[in-house]
Design a protein around this ligand. Structure first.
Ligand code: NDP
Ligand code: MG
Length: 385
């Protein structure tokens, strides 16, 4: 494909990753040059064959060795350094980071440090290292275009306005599978119930984050860093239909809303095309059959994860990094049946109060806070479980 944009997809075997490959296959303007996964080496090798890429990387060394035996048409890289080498060697003009969790921070830093544009699904990169990540992008001139339905909406809405014209940003939350329940009704919820998201099909971690509403807390931080808007001017509203993704409020009281089907390929395509709409084979909304759009306030008593995220966001320093790491450990333990649903915020709160927030001087201090928080959260899980 002469003249096509060279695209590297990190986390290509996941929910966002596989949809990104579909979007690339539909576009003459996008050429895949590399792919990565953590352990799913068979799926990754199949993708490498189907899309004729030059390089792949696996986070897990053992899985990488198996892939290297099975696929000899290109280079196989291994481990966390392998992911960074993939970014540096691929010659990509755009990297889609669709990894889960703070493991995405290293590749985000490598991408932006090289001045390569970043399509960012890995919101945890911004939650953990927001100030340093955006400063790095500014220093090298690399662009960050979000891959998150709410932030794609805001990006598109703000692109049509002069700077400062919007006075508030509003992101919507579906409310997850437990919308409308009071705290006492969340005591005994099961993993299967928490994974049954009403409107979006996503990877396991973000689906649990959506059930606890931590996802909305992470998204508040994501919006703050992406658009440089203070927290007092970003709101969350529950919108169970997941058809309005984001809104901006103007100085004269008008509100502009972004609507679309709950299909992540729209956000992925927008980011892969550098923040522009491109043709995509998706059925648009049929408004008469949509009928009603409804909105509700968030219940912070039933969903304390959002309150904890707001507090950590305002505190700043290493607090968001600690919150994120503790959440990753707690969600992992919940999915493994070692923690109850309401113990997720408990683990996070204990970890935050034990560690306290420190100023962030460097990426190193973030990696250290992440490591310490994981250890303490692991202890808290063991005590509760
Ligand atoms: P998935 O769990 O479906 O996929 C994650 C991908 O990353 C897989 O390819 C996985 O490999 C790989 N991976 C996981 N951990 C590591 C690691 N430690 N090192 C290297 N590779 C790793 O996640 P999603 O696609 O759902 O989410 C990806 C990101 O996008 C998250 O940050 C999420 O919050 C965000 N996002 C997702 C949305 C969605 O609709 N899914 C919507 C908005 C944002 P393997 O297959 O081997 O496990
Ligand atoms: Mg979202």
């Amino acid at each position: 494909m002469p003249g096509a944009k060279r695209v590297l997809v990190l986390g290509s075997t996941g929910s966002i990753g596989t949809q990104a490959l579909e979007v690339c296959a539909q576009s003459e303007e996008l050429e895949l040059v590399g792919l990565s996964a953590e352990r799913s080496w068979e799926a990754l090798v199949a993708q490498a064959r189907a899309h004729c890429v030059e390089r792949i990387a696996l986070g897990d060394e053992h899985a990488a060795a198996r892939a290297a035996e099975a696929w000899t048409d290109g280079r196989v890289l291994a481990g966390a350094e392998g992911l960074v080498t993939l970014v540096l060697e691929s010659g990509a003009e755009l990297v889609l980071n669709a990894l889960v969790g703070s493991a995405g921070l290293g590749p985000t830093v490598a991408t932006l440090g090289e001045g390569i544009d970043l399509a960012l699904a890995n919101k945890e990169s911004l939650v953990v290292g927001g100030e340093l990540v955006t400063a790095l992008a500014e220093a090298t001139g690399a662009r960050i275009v979000p891959v998150d339905s709410e932030h794609t909406a805001l990006h598109q809405l703000l692109a049509g306005q002069p700077p400062g014209a919007a006075t508030r940003l509003i992101i919507t939350a579906s409310g997850g599978p437990f919308r409308g329940r009071v705290r006492a009704e969340l005591e005994d919820v099961t993993v299967a119930e928490a994974l049954a998201h009403p409107t979006w099909a996503m990877g396991g971690k973000i689906t649990i984050d959506s059930a606890t509403l931590m996802n909305k807390g992470l998204e508040l931080m994501e919006a703050h860093h992406l658009f440089g808007v203070p927290y007092e001017r970003i709101d969350v509203v529950v919108h169970p239909q997941s058809l309005v993704h984001g809104l901006i409020q103007m100085a004269d009281g008008a509100m502009l809303a972004h609507l679309g089907p709950p299909d992540m390929r729209i956000a992925i395509s927008y980011a892969l095309h550098g923040g522009e709409s491109a043709p995509l084979d998706i059925t648009p909304l049929d408004l008469p059959s949509v009928g009603e759009l409804t909105f509700e306030a968030v219940d912070l008593d039933a969903f304390p994860c959002l309150r904890l995220a707001c507090e950590a966001a305002r505190e700043g320093g290493t607090a968001p990094c600690i919150l994120n790491a503790a959440n990753e450990i707690a969600v992992h333990a919940f999915l493994a049946g070692r923690l109850r649903f309401l113990e997720i915020p408990e683990v996070i709160e204990r970890t935050l109060s034990e560690l306290g927030s420190e100023p962030v001087h460097s990426f190193e201090s973030l990696y250290e806070a992440d490591r310490q928080a994981r250890a303490l959260a692991g202890d808290a899980v063991a005590r509760l479980g």
